[in-house]
Ligand binder design. Structure first.
Ligand code: GLY
Length: 363
């Protein structure tokens, strides 16, 4: 019997095969300086902002800025700042879950469509608004990416205070993770004298890759985007995910659209999916088709048994969000069914369902 996933996947593969034919008709190389053609349907439309699901307030704020005549980059940064400063979002900025040493290390990138510039910071400690620092890297240096102490020194130079970003709540989750990680070390979670096995991994202390991506089209039809995160919970200090890597966690082409991601950054770093999605949209994919294509690429490239479930599918999730120059939006994830992303446009703010390859949870 055919199930929903089979249909989705078969349709997708069929479409992929057709796309392959289209791709083979596409010129293999371009003369330097020649612009890629943009499909006639991809014309500027009214303003729109999209975000991962944790950005309902972010897209609403971004639309306010846009309606007041703001540039899309001002809008998306103002939007994600609400989440970066929110102690209750444990995947971004202040209150984010720390690395294995209990230190919050943040990654962020921005990209400004009209000028084609990008800026990013990685493994940044003590600065509440990494997206603002990423923007300053773009505007006030000749570089694209600053990391670690250099990024923090640069932020201090521009007047950002260095603060403790580890909230009590995040610290308590980290302590519990450390205490239950192994029964081969000496940390003990709260226990009673009768308990024998008190060092076991607790399923409820899940490591996660929360993040916020937000991109928008402003009143002038220009596109910009931002991705910001505290990255993988309890990561090895210095680990950098996909969020600050232009082409992986974020990509914008002002003539085509924008894309961003959340989820397992390592899978995206090995496939550069934001760039891939924008290029698929350039070739005619809708935002949702392009996001599904990126999911399928990750499935095809996930070859290590330790990263696969017993049917050879990725044992993790990655989500993608995209919009095109026509104002169409879409998103997809490897695993899902009923999950949503945030959209704000002239009709207000709402949740839109993410497409998916496999129904259910990874694992
Ligand atoms: N996608 C966020 C991260 O891997 O850090």
């Amino acid at each position: 019997m055919q199930n929903e996933h089979d249909t989705t996947r078969r349709d997708f593969l069929k479409r992929g095969a057709l796309a392959g034919v289209a791709a083979s008709l596409w010129p293999a190389a371009r003369v330097v300086g020649e612009r890629s053609p943009v499909r006639p349907s991809m014309r500027p439309a009214g303003p729109v902002a999209i975000s991962s699901r944790n950005g309902m307030r972010a897209v609403a704020r971004a639309m306010e800025v846009i309606q007041q005549g703001g540039d899309a980059l001002d809008a998306v940064i103002a939007g994600v700042n609400l989440v970066e400063e929110d102690p209750d979002d444990m995947s971004v900025g202040y209150g984010g879950l720390p690395n294995e040493d209990g230190v919050v290390q943040l990654d962020a990138s921005v990209m400004h469509g009209p000028t084609g510039r990008a800026g990013a910071v990685a493994a940044l400690e003590g600065i509440k608004y990494p997206s603002k620092v990423a923007r300053l890297v773009m505007e006030r240096t000749d570089h694209v990416l600053l990391v670690g102490k250099g990024a923090q020194d640069f932020a201090r130079m521009h007047g950002f205070p260095v603060e403790n970003l580890l909230t009590d709540r995040a610290r308590e989750v980290w302590v519990r993770w450390k205490e239950t990680l192994s029964n081969q070390d000496d940390y003990l979670p709260p226990h009673s004298p009768e308990d024998r096995d008190i060092g076991m991994y607790l399923e409820e202390i899940k490591r996660h890759w929360g993040t916020i991506h937000c991109s928008a089209i402003d009143l002038a039809g220009n596109i910009s985007g931002v991705t910001t995160t505290s990255g993988l919970a309890f990561k090895i200090p210095g680990r950098v995910g996909d969020s600050p890597i232009i082409g992986a966690g974020l990509y914008v082409d002002n003539e085509v659209g924008a894309a961003g991601s959340t989820g397992r950054g390592e899978a995206n770093l090995e496939n550069l999916c934001a760039f891939l999605i924008v290029e698929r949209m350039r070739m005619g994919d809708s935002p949702q088709q392009a996001c599904l294509y990126a999911c399928e690429r990750i499935v095809d490239h996930t070859r290590l048994a330790r990263l696969q479930d017993d049917q050879g599918r990725p044992a993790f999730n990655v989500k993608f969000y995209a919009l095109n120059k026509a104002g169409e939006v879409g998103g997809a994830e490897i695993w899902g069914g009923g999950n949503t992303f945030a959209v704000a446009d002239a009709n207000g703010t709402r949740e839109v369902e993410l497409a998916y390859l496999y129904r259910g949870e990874p694992g």
